[in-house]
Design a protein around this ligand. Structure first.
Ligand code: 1CP
Length: 342
């Protein structure tokens, strides 16, 4: 591999050490410089669709901490928005969408709007690409099941019961919705790659709420089709899959989904995952974001244990879920220093 970008070398299967590091949700509310731009932008989607500001917040954590990746500032709910389902981010409450519970809601989705609506995100990627240096640029989307969760529920939920009820009660209708999301996700990720993304990541944050049979059908299989479609169009672009809370199904997912790396959530035991996932695939994760809030000895011990468990195989240091807003930026700087000294 000719690239000097550490993350890309690891995603190509190299057990480079010390491992590259970036943090999920690294562009966001824990940084005062993000909060300043966010206040100027107004609402969340105004920030996402403003390439100058979106590029700026994408680069902030790379400048401050020297992260090995920049992840484009966007959201998994940009996809339903780009399909014409409304989307609002209510202050302090998270996303709100008009819920889809019937065929009419599915038929109202309009994939022809997608290309135009994601054009500002492509422009953000082009701008970041010019300034990103040796950090790799990550484009992303939600995986179909997780995106469907928000589209059916109309926002976040404790247990996504309306979504699971639809998946079991009307498999044909749920399948039709997932099919639209899957096709749109291929287009959305391809658009990001064409604008400069060097890695594609699929966030399946709610994968673990499904039964094993439905996990296969709605997580592993759609991810496999998306990865294959991307491979056909952009063979050089690695895909990172994040099947959160997959438990032991992470092994089957790793073998069948066609991804180059699998992200582990906080509950995954890296020593066990190591035995389940083929050696040539990279693993990513999985420090508890709350250990970074605490900092000090607990963060150092958890980090040392994780590094020990992953030594000798392709590994990307990260958190097991997104960084939380109350994280002191100084703790992140200490974490990066510890990983760099590994
Ligand atoms: O006020 C704000 O600034 C809004 C907070 C915020 C941010 C910073 C939201 C709302 N989205 C984002 C950006 C974001 N979201 C990124 C950009 C890169 C980065 O910050 O470094 C990424 C990768 C995401 C991914 C995302 N959004 C996921 C998957 C990962 C995960 O954490 O599980 C999910 C589930 C979402 C939905 C979402 N967007 C925002 C919120 C508050 C939520 C969660 C809603 C819920 O379930 O309650």
């Amino acid at each position: 591999m000719a690239t000097t970008k550490r993350l890309l070398r690891v995603l190509a299967g190299e057990a480079s050490w010390p491992p590259p590091i970036w943090l999920m949700r690294q562009a966001g509310r824990f940084l005062p410089e993000y909060r300043a731009v966010r206040a100027k932008a107004g609402d969340f989607m105004s920030l996402v669709t403003n390439p100058e500001m979106a590029a700026e917040v994408t680069l902030q954590p790379v400048r401050r901490f020297g992260m090995d990746a920049a992840i484009i500032f966007s959201d998994i709910l940009v996809l339903p928005w780009a399909l014409g389902q409304g989307l609002k981010f209510e202050a302090g409450e998270g996303p709100v969408l008009p819920p889809i519970r019937d065929r009419a809601g599915i038929e109202a989705l309009d994939p022809t709007q997608l290309a135009g609506r994601v054009a500002p995100i492509q422009e953000s990627l082009r701008r970041v690409k010019c300034e990103v240096g040796d950090a790799a640029l990550i484009g992303f989307a939600g995986a179909p099941f997780t995106v469907a969760c928000y589209m059916v529920e109309g926002g976040g939920s404790k247990d996504f019961s309306a979504t699971r009820a639809m998946a079991h009660g009307d498999p044909a209708m749920f399948g039709a919705l997932l099919h639209i999301i899957e096709a749109a996700t291929v287009e959305f990720l391809s658009a990001q790659i064409e604008a400069g993304a060097e890695v594609a990541m699929l966030f399946d944050s709610w994968a673990g709420i499904l039964s094993p049979r439905l996990f296969q059908r709605h997580v592993t299989e759609p991810t496999g089709r998306i990865a294959a479609a991307l491979r056909a169009r952009h063979p050089e672009i690695p895909v990172i899959g994040f099947p959160r809370l997959a438990g032991t199904m992470i092994g089957d997912y790793a073998r069948k989904a066609g991804v180059q790396a699998v992200a582990m959530d906080t509950a995954a035991d890296p020593r066990v995952v190591r035995t389940l996932v083929p050696d040539h695939l990279a693993l990513q994760g999985n420090l508890d974001p709350l250990a970074v809030v605490a900092g000090g000895q607990t963060m150092r011990e958890e980090t040392a244990g994780l590094l020990d468990a992953m030594r000798g195989r392709p590994f990307v240091f990260n958190l097991g879920h997104g960084i939380v807003p109350q994280t002191p930026p100084g703790h992140v700087a200490e974490l990066v220093a510890q990983v760099r000294a590994a």
